[in-house]
Write a protein that binds this ligand. Structure first.
Ligand SMILES: C[S@@+](CC[C@H](N)C(=O)[O-])C[C@H]1O[C@@H](n2cnc3c(N)ncnc32)[C@H](O)[C@@H]1O
Length: 489
């Protein structure tokens, strides 16, 4: 009998990953001159899809697209299938299968995703992933591959050594996880000359102490842990006829936040030496994780986005003017900041008008041609939008929102969210992010948002369930769900 699958023995926590969504892959491909398949009519393959949480959320929001996922472990696939069946999803297929036995007969795909896979499988499986991606990708298809990267992972390897050595005696996974966490926590608290190592290392250790036990067990303590440099990854991908498209987090490609000396050097590489530029950025950032997008070698990429490339996009922002302004901000300048801490200071009246228009639309978005109206010039608007996207001040979407920016007369969340809330406070919104719903009243409200209840009915049903709400509190709750991009009506 073969050894039990480690992912069957210890569950890996599934999440929705916005950076793997066809919306994101479409966006970056289109910005670089490709003609990718529209997200609402595409075919997506996920390799090592775990419990399918990522694919199921995509499938439930994109009924016109088809999603195929497989994983070597049986249990996660079983639980994903059960969820897909309960949701009566006809556009998602999950199977238990070894990548090594998969053939291109699986079909053609516009998008191929392998998240948290490459660095944890042996080299022949890595090669098979790249080969299959090349074989099944449509001519303008995009493959997403995430992996652990050097140089940042050199530090992670050091922590892994500590954790593996200290947990050696323990047989049971839970005992190994506990011993590993205790070991790294002990070192973190007692490290000689800790301040000399910098806060970064201490933060990294704290992250390990707090990490979900299943994720720690597989990500850091797993038998295989093979980071590589970006250039080494691209050498392997190139060997399979794939070229570098970009990073799924567009912010990671931004060369602005470096010192003037570094910026000059980075910009000296030019578009034909982008691989060297990206590798140097890894050294400057001590990057430990990459989410690289690949496409066929035959695709001619255009590295400077043109205004036509943006015409179909919608733009949104979570950034708000910092109020009161920080003392260093000049009188005509406004500083904008997103909840994740991205900032931009500008004294440009055009820019400020554009931000005001976007702020008003949130959580909705504004079609790019409308922003051209605000800026008065398509080329300037395109340049501004790409720069703001690269600094994570705005987001770009391939079409209008798939959620209701304001609550309707009979508000609804998706059937997926109503099922997820029965099991956990973490639910997947229509921007493909997992968000938390905390508190009894909010949970009971979400359970009842099926698009058939008016506000009066909701108030009555909530009171009958023992969570009476004042009409204003209901309205505030609905507004909050709209802000979280959870409402579909
Ligand atoms: C770290 S988990 C990531 C799961 C999921 N992609 C995510 O990000 O949440 C790696 C997954 O790859 C699967 N896997 C490993 N080797 C595989 C193979 N040869 N064929 C298919 N799946 C495999 C494991 O079973 C596991 O579910």
């Amino acid at each position: 009998m073969s050894a039990p699958n480690v992912y069957d023995a210890v569950a890996y926590p599934g999440f929705a990953h916005a950076q793997t969504h066809p919306d994101r892959l479409f966006t970056i491909a289109a910005l670089f001159g490709m003609t990718p398949a529209p997200p609402d009519r595409c075919r997506v393959l996920e390799v090592g899809c775990g419990d399918g949480r990522n694919l199921i959320a995509m499938a439930s929001a994109l009924p016109g697209s088809t999603f195929v996922g497989f994983d070597l472990a049986a249990r996660p696939i079983e639980s994903g299938r059960e969820l897909a069946e309960r949701l009566r999803l006809k556009n998602v297929t999950l199977t238990q299968q070894d990548l090594m036995s998969v053939t291109p007969e699986l079909g053609r795909f516009d998008y191929v995703i392998a998240h948290g896979f490459y660095a944890w499988v042996p080299p022949p499986v890595q090669d098979k992933l790249l080969a299959l991606s090349r074989e099944v990708l449509a001519p303008h298809g995009v493959a997403y591959v995430s992996y652990n990267a050097y140089p940042g992972c050199r530090i992670r390897e050091l922590f892994r050594d500590v954790m593996l050595a200290q947990g050696r005696g323990a047989e049971e996974p839970s005992a190994r996880i506990e011993a590993a966490k205790a070991a790294i926590d002990f070192v973190r608290r007692n490290l000689v000359g800790a301040s000399d190592y910098g806060n970064w290392m201490l933060d990294e250790m704290e992250k390990l102490v707090r990490q979900d036990p299943g994720a720690l067990y597989h990500d850091t303590l797993g038998e295989i842990y093979s980071p590589c440099t970006f250039l080494e990854f691209m050498r392997r991908a190139g060997g399979h006829g794939l070229q570098y498209l970009g990073e799924a987090e567009f912010l990671e490609m931004n060369d602005e936040p470096f010192s003037p000396e570094a910026v000059e050097r980075l910009r000296s590489f030019g578009p034909d030496r982008i691989l060297e530029k990206e590798q140097l950025m890894d050294f400057l950032k001590m990057r430990s994780f990459r989410q690289t997008l690949l496409c066929r070698n035959s695709v001619a990429l255009r590295r400077a986005p043109a205004s036509e490339d943006l015409s179909r996009f919608h733009v949104s922002t979570r950034a708000r003017a910092v109020s009161p302004p920080s003392p260093s901000t000049k009188s005509a300048s406004i500083e904008y900041r997103t909840p994740k801490g991205a900032t931009m200071v500008t004294d440009s009246p055009v820019f400020q008008r554009l931000m005001a228009r976007l702020e008003k639309a949130w959580p909705g978005s504004v079609p790019f041609p409308e922003l051209v109206g605000v800026c008065g010039d398509a080329a300037a608007a395109a340049q501004l939008a790409v720069r703001m996207y690269a600094t994570a001040i705005v987001d770009l979407h391939p079409g209008p929102p798939r959620f209701a920016p304001r609550p309707g007369a009979t508000p609804a969340v998706s059937a997926l969210v109503r099922l997820q809330i029965e099991r956990s406070p973490l639910v997947t919104n229509r921007l493909h992010a997992d968000v938390r719903i905390d508190g009894d009243a909010a949970r009971e409200l979400v359970r009842r948002l099926d698009g058939r209840r008016s506000r009066a009915t909701l108030l009555r049903d909530l009171a009958a369930a023992g969570v009476p709400l004042a009409p204003e509190a209901l309205e505030a709750g609905l507004q909050q769900l709209a802000q979280l991009a959870l409402l579909t009506e």
